[in-house]
Design a protein around this ligand. Structure first.
Ligand code: MN
Length: 152
């Protein structure tokens, strides 16, 4: 696939670190109405000084607006990316958790996959997730085959 077409369907133009910040900030604003440096640092497991550096960079790149005493506001471009990564995170987590995988494995795998999955593949996995959630019998059968629950 030509590079241009590939970029359209993935977010490889942003580094995983940038995507994680925008995802976190998006989630904080959705949940609490605001995103403070201290909360971003805590959620990402990064020092407040590093968070401040990155936020200044994201400000300069047009993904958010940062005023020292007023916190962080996302621009439309930043929100779009944050929302997309959060959506990938949710779909992948629901799909894998549904199979009864342990939360640590799910978290680790999702944190990697969410930065590399194309829109088309995510659409397929979203469909699968929805169908499995609507068909507990099928999910049960698959979990039995995986050895996640006892066979009848
Ligand atoms: Mn994530």
């Amino acid at each position: 696939m030509p590079a241009a077409k590939r970029q359209e369907t993935t977010a490889h133009v942003h580094s995983p670190a940038v995507e994680d910040y925008l995802e976190q900030i998006h989630n904080l604003i959705e949940g609490k109405g605001y995103a403070r440096v201290v909360d971003i640092a805590k959620n990402l497991g990064i020092s407040q000084a590093s968070v401040t550096n990155m936020i200044q960079r994201l400000h300069a790149e047009g993904y958010l607006i940062y005023e020292r005493y007023r916190g962080v506001v996302m621009t439309e471009a930043g929100r779009r990316i944050g929302q997309e990564i959060a959506r990938r995170h949710e779909v992948l987590t629901r799909l894998l958790s549904g199979f009864g995988l342990d939360p640590e494995t799910v978290h680790e795998d999702v944190e990697g996959m969410e930065h590399h999955i194309s829109r088309q593949t995510l659409d397929v996995l979203t469909l699968l997730m929805e169908e499995l959630e609507a068909n507990p019998d099928l999910l049960k059968k698959l979990k039995q085959r995986l050895g996640k629950i006892a066979k009848p």
